[in-house]
Design a protein around this ligand. Structure first.
Ligand SMILES: *Cc1c(COP(=O)(O)O)cnc(C)c1O
Length: 437
C-alpha cells in the first residue's frame, strides 16, 4: 500500500518508519525533518552486492553514487556493507575520507575536476579517476608525474544511447557535457594518447546513460556497445581493458504508478549480454562495476513537515502550505518530479480531494506536489512526503536564508541524528561586515 516497504501504520493510526512513530519523531526533532531507515539502506546495498557476486562470480564491485545523499554516516553504512563509493567533487571525496571509506574503494567522476581536487585524490592514492576529457587527462598525468606516481584511470564514454526515449537509438547523445564520444572517434583517440603517457595506466572504460530508467533494453545495449568498444581498443591499440563500469540510473518507485525493474533481474540480464559479447568478440570477461545512487537511498527516506495554512481557492485549486519546500526538496521545481504524500498523524485517512502542496519560499514554483489526492487536511497536521532519501538533502539550499533540516536515522524503534539541524547562526556563519563599512 506504500511506495516503500520501510513504512507501515501503527495502532494509533500514525505512520511508522524503522519502528518509529512519525508523530513522536516530530515531537522530538521538530519539522521539517528528513528521516532515513537504516535497515532499508543496508538491504538495498546487499541486494546489489549479492546479485553482482552471483552473476559475475565475485568479479565485480558495486559503488554507491554518493551524490544521491552524501553524509559521513551514510558513507559509513555503505562502506560497512562492502560497497565502494563514487564521488564527483572534492567535498564528496572529503566526506568519504572522513567517514573512513578506504581510498582503494573510491572512484572520482565529474566533467571538470579542479587541480586541487585531483591533487587531493592522487596524493591519497584513490583507486580510480574517471577521466572526462583531454585537458583533464593531461592534468592527471602532470599531477601524477609531480608526485612520482602512476594513476589508474578510466574514461567516461558517451555510448550514444538515449535512455529516455523509447527507441533508444545510438544518436543524439553526442550533445552532452560528459565524456568523450564513440561515434566521431574521439574516444579511441584519447585512449591511444593515454596509452603512451608515463604516469597514467588505462584501467577501464565507463558509461552512465541516465537516471530513473525503467527499461531494461538501454542497459543491455549500453553493455554491448561498451564491450564492442573494448574489443576495438584491443584490436587497434593492442590494449587490454580490464574493467567495465556500467554506471547507475536504475528507477525507483516514487508513486504507485511507477514500476521499476527488479535490480537482481537487471544485473542477471546484463550479465548474459556481457558474457555473450565477450565470447563473440574473443575478449576476456572484464571486472564489472556498477554505480547505483538513487535506488540505494531514495525509498529509505521520508520528509516530515508541519502544515501551516490551507488555502481553498473555489473552483481553482487548494493549496496546502508546509514549513519547508524547494530548499529541502528542489526536485519538483527542477523537474516537476512526482511524489506520494500522506498525513502522518492520520495515516489511513481516505484520500478525498486534490491538493497542491506548497513550500514557504518566495517563489511561485516552490511546490512539492501539484494536484495530488490527499485526505482532509488541517493546520497542524504532519505531512509526510515519501521516497525523499535521494537528491533531496544533497540538493538542498539556504534560499530565503532558511536553515536546512536535520537527518534522523531510524532502526528498530531507535532514532539518532546524523546531520544536525542548522540554526540562524549557521546561516550567518560566513557573513562578514567589513570594518570600513
Ligand atoms: C548520477 C550518477 C550515478 C548514479 O545515478 P542514479 O540515477 O542515482 O543511480 C552513477 N554514476 C554516475 C557517473 C553518475 O553521474
Amino acid at each position: 500500500m506504500f511506495v516503500s516497504k520501510a513504512l507501515s501504520i501503527n495502532s494509533k493510526n500514525h505512520l511508522e518508519i524503522g519502528g518509529c512513530d512519525c508523530v513522536d519523531l516530530v515531537n522530538n526533532y521538530g519539522t521539517p525533518v528528513y528521516v532515513l531507515d537504516e535497515s532499508l539502506i543496508r538491504e538495498n546495498c546487499r541486494l546489489y552486492k549479492n546479485a553482482m557476486d552471483k552473476y559475475y562470480d565475485g568479479n565485480g564491485m558495486v559503488l554507491y553514487a554518493s551524490k544521491a545523499l552524501s553524509t559521513m554516516a551514510v558513507c559509513k553504512i555503505v562502506e560497512q556493507e562492502g560497497l565502494g563509493l563514487d564521488v564527483v567533487s572534492g567535498g564528496e571525496l572529503y566526506t568519504a575520507m572522513k567517514a573512513g571509506v578506504p581510498m582503494d574503494r573510491i572512484y572520482f567522476h565529474g566533467n571538470n575536476k579542479t587541480c586541487e581536487e585531483l591533487e587531493l585524490a592522487i596524493s591519497n592514492n584513490i583507486r580510480r579517476i574517471v577521466v572526462d576529457n583531454r585537458e583533464e587527462l593531461k592534468r592527471v598525468n602532470d599531477i601524477a608525474s609531480k608526485q612520482g606516481k602512476v594513476v589508474n584511470i578510466s574514461f567516461r564514454i558517451k555510448p550514444g544511447i538515449d535512455a529516455h526515449t523509447h527507441d533508444f537509438v545510438q544518436t543524439g547523445q553526442i550533445d552532452s557535457k560528459f565524456g568523450v564520444a564513440l561515434e566521431n572517434g574521439e574516444a579511441i583517440e584519447i585512449i591511444g594518447e593515454a596509452a603512451k603517457m608515463k604516469n597514467v595506466k588505462v584501467a577501464g572504460v565507463h558509461c552512465h546513460i541516465g537516471s530513473q530508467i525503467f527499461d531494461l533494453e538501454p542497459f543491455k545495449l549500453a553493455a554491448k556497445v561498451m564491450l564492442e568498444f573494448i574489443a576495438k581498443i584491443k584490436n587497434e591499440i593492442g590494449l587490454e581493458i580490464e574493467e567495465l563500469n556500467l554506471g547507475g540510473g536504475f528507477g525507483i518507485k516514487y508513486t504507485m504508478n511507477d514500476d521499476p525493474i527488479e535490480y537482481d533481474h537487471y544485473i542477471e540480464s546484463v550479465s548474459k549480454v556481457v558474457r555473450s559479447v565477450c565470447e563473440e568478440k574473443g575478449i576476456k570477461l572484464p571486472f564489472i562495476v556498477m554505480e547505483p545512487g538513487r535506488s540505494i537511498v531514495a525509498s529509505a527516506g521520508i520528509t516530515l513537515y508541519k502544515v501551516g495554512a490551507v488555502k481553498d481557492i473555489k473552483d481553482v485549486r487548494t493549496y496546502v502550505s508546509v514549513d519547508g519546500g524547494m530548499t529541502d526538496n528542489p526536485r519538483y521545481a527542477l523537474y516537476q518530479s512526482r511524489y506520494d504524500a500522506l498525513i502522518a498523524n492520520r495515516a489511513d485517512a481516505p484520500k478525498v480531494q486534490d491538493v497542491t502542496i506548497a513550500g514557504k519560499c518566495c517563489e511561485s514554483g516552490d511546490l512539492l506536489a501539484k494536484d495530488i489526492k490527499m485526505p482532509e487536511i488541517q493546520a497542524g497536521d504532519i505531512l509526510a512526503v515519501l521516497a525523499t532519501g535521494a537528491y533531496n538533502y544533497s540538493m538542498s539550499s539556504n534560499y530565503n536564508r532558511i536553515p536546512k533540516p536535520p537527518i534522523v536515522l531510524v532502526k528498530n524503534g531507535k532514532s539518532r541524528v546524523i546531520v544536525k539541524r542548522e540554526d540562524f547562526d549557521d546561516i550567518i556563519r560566513n557573513d562578514i561586515i567589513p570594518e570600513d563599512l
